[in-house]
Design a protein around this ligand. Structure first.
Ligand code: PLP
Length: 404
């Protein structure tokens, strides 16, 4: 195949898609859409069938307005005031496409893109797809990032684009606004803040949107695939200065957002409160998973998202298979000694934790290092924080260079 030389040997994105009862592997929202939303969506789409002979609104005007209304609420709940207007909003088929538009416009051959790994595996793939060079800096052993390190690395690499992900996939780690500012101040390129999981940060943390004023090279990317429970709809969006948003028109395909997508996304946004109604339940499930995993001897990383990264696993591949044999699908994300599981419904969470207990009873050596004292029967305090039980491996099995 006469494929581009720079694509030879690259692996496509490939979370296994298996039909098992408990699917906790791709960070979706575990709850189906409530009937009231489904009914509204059906009614809304009904009115648009006969008009499908026409191309959709290329500028997705109504959707932009709906997104501004939703985001004003997000910022208000965090105690922030951000002056947003429709010209500051971009939307596309999932935030993957949003990110791809940004990297097409500002990356490309001869340009450099920097990320702090482990992070979302599509960031490098989107980068190399445009012919730009992917560079990465490893996060600290506990996967946190601080402003000084980011400032120094960004200044050293001097990239055309920096990716920051908060809360970060696959680690769940959040970064402060100071870290974002440090990246911005130390390069002349575009700073992308991927906030795909922002709605799971509680209490509501300030979004990077609060930094937009006076920072025309900053862009915040978000999605309706996670907290909004609309992964199948494919709707992601970005917020940035109008000049940056304007540039994205150069690389998008004409009419990239179908009429049906626009109508369904507007309807979903009109029901934002209902759709986001399960976020607290998912946070409870996440916390329950974190506490139990820590109690039985795994190391657990603090998470502000709808998934948990846990370590001290002797063989993530074996744990993945043992869980799959019990009907539970999680993600082996390629970080040595670690695996990621996303928060399920209450029942799915029970099933996962039951399977974990069963596996540990049969194969205690699934823990890389066993706790020196027997696991306590009482749950740790309510925090998701989860220091390693004494005697267990530090949470720092060095991340592999690749990005899961
Ligand atoms: C950090 C991050 N960003 C972006 C995406 C892409 O999501 P979507 O294209 O469904 O909006 C994902 C999906 O898992 C993600 O984890």
């Amino acid at each position: 195949m006469p494929v581009r030389a720079d694509l030879v040997g690259l692996k496509p994105y490939g979370a296994p898609h298996l039909d098992v009862p408990v699917q906790l592997n791709v960070n979706e929202n575990a709850y189906p859409l409530p009937d009231v939303v489904v009914d509204s969506m059906r009614a809304a789409v009904n009115n648009h069938f006969s008009g499908l002979n026409r191309y959709p609104d290329r500028e997705f005007t109504a959707l932009r307005e709906h997104l501004v209304t939703y985001l004003n609420g997000v910022n208000e709940r965090a105690g922030d005031t951000v002056a947003l207007e429709p010209g500051m909003i971009w939307a596309a088929n999932g935030s993957n496409e949003v990110l791809s538009h940004i990297v097409q416009a500002f990356g490309g051959p001869g340009r450099t893109v920097l990320g702090f790994t482990p992070s979302y595996s599509m960031h490098p793939l989107i980068t190399t797809g445009t012919g730009a060079e992917w560079r990465h800096v490893d996060r600290r052993d506990d996967f946190t990032l601080d402003a000084e390190t980011v400032a120094a690395e960004v200044a050293r690499v001097d990239p055309d684009i920096v990716f920051l992900c908060t809360p970060n996939n696959p680690t769940g780690t959040s970064i402060g606004l100071d870290v974002i500012d440090a990246a911005y101040e130390n390069c002349s390129g575009i700073v992308i803040v991927d906030e795909a999981y922002a709605e799971f940060s509680r209490p509501a943390a300030s979004s990077a949107m609060t930094l937009l004023d006076g920072r025309p090279r900053l862009v915040v990317s978000r999605t309706m695939s996670k907290a909004f429970a609309c992964a199948g709809l494919r709707l992601g969006y970005a917020i940035a200065a109008p000049e940056l948003i304007d540039t994205l028109r150069l690389v998008r395909l004409p009419y990239h957002l179908s009429e049906v997508t626009q109508v369904l996304a507007c309807t979903a946004l009109e029901h934002a409160d209902v759709l986001l109604g399960n976020v607290d339940r998912l946070i409870d499930s996440r916390n329950r998973m974190s506490e139990h995993l820590a109690e039985v001897g795994f190391t657990v990383h603090d998470s502000d998202s709808n998934f948990v990264l846990f370590g001290n696993i002797s063989s993530p591949a074996r744990l993945w298979q043992e869980l799959l044999d019990r009907g539970v699908l999680i993600r082996d994300i390629g970080i040595a000694g670690h695996a990621r599981v996303n928060a399920g419904t209450e029942d799915e969470t029970d099933a996962f934790l039951r399977a974990i207990d069963e596996i540990l009873a049969e194969s205690p050596d699934i823990l890389a290092e066993r706790p020196t004292s027997p696991p306590s029967s009482t749950a740790p305090s309510s925090t998701t924080s989860s220091s390693a039980p004494s005697g267990s491996a530090p949470s720092s099995s060095a991340p592999t260079k690749g990005t899961p």
